[in-house]
Ligand binder design. Structure first.
Ligand code: ADP
Ligand code: MG
Length: 588
């Protein structure tokens, strides 16, 4: 049994025993609050830690769940087992609207919008007569579970922690899935994720709604645990505190959610007792200590307490269980020599700078076209125009006769264009295998719901098998379980190629794939590219290593200052005085 599973089982046993032990009631209450907070923070782990989106509004979602439960049971006598679902619908809709409006915009709109949302809900709750204004609603009934009233902290404990454990397992499942990889990929920019076919906007909205739903369940439990609701636990201060728990605990880890909730809750109580004794008076001193603590954590343990612990645990190696998975279907190959990519008078201006100046060229099935030119010639920009990362100022790009120049990146990827990046874009904290499997995103279809419930395993095995095969192809199967961030630059580039190949592309675009590679790796790369060409793939290659280019490509396009200088065979290009001048002028 793996170390982690032992850990989980030990934890569940401990949970089951705790209320049976003669511990003071205060401990149980404390543990219940920690459980309530953990549910919310698991959502923040997914949203902030994994997807990189900051929300200060989680407390308000908790409030929505809590008030829905309290109001409907008290005034309409609705069963709590129904109000939980109604609360989920309300919260889900609120999150959907908020996410739908703000997540389209980049940058700081979400944090700002969630602050506004947190503040307005707080004042709204505090001003509605039917909700008891700032006094709130009193006398919420206890939950009753199969005839047992969960009146005591000890009986409530089991229901609460069962839900916490379920949420943890579901979140862990999600992180280990196609949908989870997409979620991780949206952190730190959307270019790579979109190039892999991920709909980053939808992914972000989903994460936001999911986190809000967890908060809503916590609110429902909260209302029936405290038996009263008022606006103060759902204000902005608590919204910040939830985020604080996530950061302290380890924002990228499900266990970190529990750790953060526990540390902050226990510390807060202790500080509230001890600090006024030490310092006199009755200020909210714990806030100052928390501020200092946060600075220390960000300085010395950026990834939180859990990452610190995890680094000291033995690393588990993923079980390989996909060898007998059926191969993924492949797309039909165009016939040899057919025009795959047609770039027609494409232009890109950045303000006054013409980065790509009415450039035209074609790539045919089963050929490697080299794109060379000095730094700043416009090669990467041309890539970005073809792959939809940048919109062209004007011009036409077609793939197998279909116009693609106005399509978003992921739609171009879906049609069979796959690429690597001049500056490697990967998910450093994910294994090489998982990074490569991200490339096969469009060849799967299982979403968040099946991932949470683990109904995606058959497809997942197919995707991982494909990833392993592509890694094997470039000779990297030995590193598949390593963290991508631990690789040297050369292998990282090779990993990107394997990821691109996972998409089963018709056209492969490689932006300086050999930079940072050793001679042997370069030769290996050239062999792989020849083999791919033999299989009918078309490759557009930007490369500075002239030995590699000249020995590999069928034709070359030379660019200089955005303009196409010459197009021809390697021999023709080498003989061209214009090319020599361009290179003598700048590089060699
Ligand atoms: P290459 O890949 O051939 O080295 P690039 O395509 O990266 O060249 O750059 C071409 C020119 O366009 C350079 O002058 C570069 O500074 C400019 N450029 C590239 N991207 C941008 C951008 N996003 N905004 C403004 N200028 C850019
Ligand atoms: Mg470049």
């Amino acid at each position: 049994m793996s170390m982690r599973r032992t850990f989980l089982i030990g934890f569940v046993v401990l949970l089951a025993l705790l209320p049976q032990l003669p511990v003071p009631e205060f401990w149980i209450t404390q543990a219940n609050y920690i459980g309530l907070y953990t549910l919310v923070v698991i959502g923040l782990v997914l949203l902030t830690g994994v997807a990189g989106l900051t929300s200060f509004g989680q407390a308000a979602f908790v409030g929505l769940g809590a008030y829905t439960a309290a109001y409907l049971t008290l005034t309409h006598g609705v069963s709590p087992w129904l109000t939980v679902w109604i609360g989920l619908v309300f919260t889900g809709l609120a999150a959907l609207v908020l996410g739908w409006i703000t997540l389209r915009m980049s940058g700081h709109y979400l944090p700002l919008a969630t602050i506004a949302w947190g503040l307005s809900l707080y004042y709204l709750l505090g001003n509605i007569d039917a909700l008891g204004k700032y006094d709130g609603l009193l006398g919420v009934p206890a939950l009753s579970f199969f005839g047992t009233e969960l009146k005591t902290g000890r009986s409530f404990f089991y229901l609460l922690w069962a839900l916490v454990v379920l949420a943890s397992i579901a979140a862990t499942n999600l992180l280990d899935s196609r949908a989870g990889r997409a979620l991780r990929a949206v952190k730190g920019g959307t270019t790579m994720a979109e190039a892999m076919g991920v709909n980053t906007y939808r992914t972000k909205v989903t994460a936001f709604v999911l986190a809000a739903l967890l908060a809503s369940i916590s609110g429902w439990l909260f209302a029936h645990f405290q038996r009263t609701v008022n606006p103060s636990p759902f204000g902005l201060k608590m919204g910040i505190e939830y985020l604080f728990m996530a950061v302290i605990g380890g924002v990228g880890h499900v266990w970190g959610a529990l750790m953060g909730a526990a540390v902050v809750k226990i510390l807060e109580d202790q500080l509230q007792v001890w600090l006024p004794k030490l310092l006199g008076g009755s200020g909210n001193y714990e806030i100052i200590v928390f501020g200092i603590l946060l600075v220390l954590v960000l300085q010395y343990a950026r990834d939180g307490i859990w990452a610190f612990i995890e680094a000291r645990l033995p690393r588990v190696q993923r079980q390989v269980d996909w060898h007998d998975a059926p191969a993924l279907p492949e797309r039909p190959r165009p016939s040899h020599g057919a025009v795959v990519l047609d770039v027609l008078a494409v232009r890109k201006e950045f303000g006054g700078l013409v980065a790509v100046n009415d450039v035209s060229f074609q790539v045919r099935a089963g050929e490697i076209l080299g794109l060379i030119g000095p730094n700043g010639a416009g090669k990467s920009t041309t890539f970005n125009l073809v792959t939809g990362v940048l919109p062209a100022t004007r011009g036409l790009v077609t793939l197998l006769g279909e116009r693609i120049d106005s399509l978003p990146s992921r739609e171009i990827a879906r049609r069979g264009v796959s690429r690597t990046f001049q500056h490697v874009k990967m998910i450093a904290g994910m294994t090489v295998l998982e990074n490569v499997a991200l490339g096969a995103h469009l060849r799967g279809s299982r979403g968040v719901a099946s991932a949470l419930l683990r109904l995606d395993r058959a497809e997942e095995r197919q995707l991982l098998k494909e990833a392993e095969q592509q890694l094997r192809r470039i000779g990297m199967e030995g590193s598949m379980h390593e963290l991508a961030g631990n690789l040297a630059l050369g292998p990282q580039r090779l990993m990107e190629i394997a990821r691109a190949l996972c998409a089963d592309p018709t056209l492969l675009l490689l932006d300086e794939p050999a930079a940072g590679l050793r001679l042997k790796e370069k030769q290996g790369l050239a062999d792989v590219l020849r083999q791919l060409r033999g299989e009918g793939l078309s490759i557009l290659l930007v490369e500075h290593d002239m030995d590699l280019v000249m020995g590999l490509v069928d034709r070359i396009v030379v660019m200089e200052f955005g303009t196409l200088l010459i197009e021809g065979t390697p021999e023709e290009v080498q003989a061209s005085p214009a090319v020599r001048a361009a290179y003598l002028g700048t590089e060699h």
